[in-house]
Design a protein around this ligand. Structure first.
Ligand code: HEC
Length: 260
């Protein structure tokens, strides 16, 4: 028994020593800043997407992010789910030129987009995207809020995290300092600046606001069925409550006839 306790103590001391050694190896490694948590309408068991925010977010994506980032899983027709009418979607699609073909001469050709087309990507391939972005590859954004831990807060933080680099920080050419990007050097220039996007509903285009709206849009893109799932969840809970009350009443009724 004593031997066991001794062995456990020795192991604990060894582990402690290893920890101390590790701490000593990286004396200056500053702790990564904590990603600030925002309020999201779609959080929680009964959360739903805010339609107006989704539409403003699409506008931000279209006017800013779509210069570099694709949303390859989205088709124009999907936009009816965020409250655009079929005619509005036709109008939006028609503003884009998409490649179609080949025609009878074997040539590819450009034509205005249709609701059944995928939303076109800004670059034909990754190489072209890198060439235009100083070697950085702008990732596809249609699943980004799922692909990163704490996705919505992370993307919001990236968009708001551009700062001047601290004096002792060596920034490589073609990178920008971002407080929340791992390693702090990002190959994306700060995409949002105040009043860059004019919203027709009177919402002020501050950077935090535009970031909030585009993240709402991207969260919908990554998980379009969330509203329906949450509505179904609410129905199931109401159903279970009603059944519980009914069964309890039935049980009382049945057992009331029995002497105890
Ligand atoms: C001028 C081109 C450009 C624009 C405009 C742009 N980005 Fe980027 N973005 C990039 C590049 C390049 C990267 C890759 C950065 C890297 O790997 O260092 C990137 C990376 C990102 C990342 C990924 C961070 C990660 O964890 O990999 C997110 C999120 C992002 N952009 C969101 C946006 C959003 C939202 C917008 C619109 C508001 C936007 N970007 C506009 C070029 C752009």
């Amino acid at each position: 028994m004593h031997r066991l306790i001794g062995a456990a103590l020795a192991a604990a001391m060894l582990l402690g020593a290893a920890d101390a050694a590790r701490a000593q190896q990286q004396p200056e490694a500053a702790p990564e800043p904590k990603i600030p948590a925002q309020q999201w309408s779609f959080e929680g068991v009964f959360g739903t997407y805010d339609r107006a925010a989704e539409q403003r977010g699409f506008q931000v994506y279209k006017e800013v992010c779509s210069a570099c980032h694709a949303v390859k899983h989205l088709f124009f027709r999907d936009l009816t789910q965020i409250g655009y009418t079929e005619d509005q979607v036709k109008g939006i699609a028609a503003q884009y030129q998409v490649t179609d073909g080949p025609n009878d001469q074997g040539q590819m050709f450009q034509r205005p987009g249709r609701p059944s087309d995928p939303i076109p990507a800004p670059f034909p391939n990754d190489e072209a995207a890198r060439a235009a972005n100083a070697g950085g590859l702008p990732p596809d954004l249609s699943l980004i809020t799922k692909a990163r831990e704490d996705g919505p807060n992370y993307v919001w933080a990236i968009l708001n995290g551009f700062k001047d680099a601290p004096k002792d920080f060596k920034l490589t050419d073609g990178t920008y300092y971002n407080e929340y990007f791992p390693g702090h050097q990002i190959k994306m220039p700060q995409p949002l600046s105040a009043d860059q996007v004019k919203f027709s509903d009177g919402t002020q285009g501050t950077v935090p606001q535009m970031a909030h709206d585009v993240v709402t849009f991207l969260s919908w893109a990554a998980e379009p069925n969330l509203d329906e799932r949450h509505r179904m969840g609410a129905k199931v809970i109401v159903f279970l409550l009603v059944m519980t009350i009914l069964f309890y009443a039935a049980k009382r009724k049945i057992w009331s006839r029995i002497e105890h």
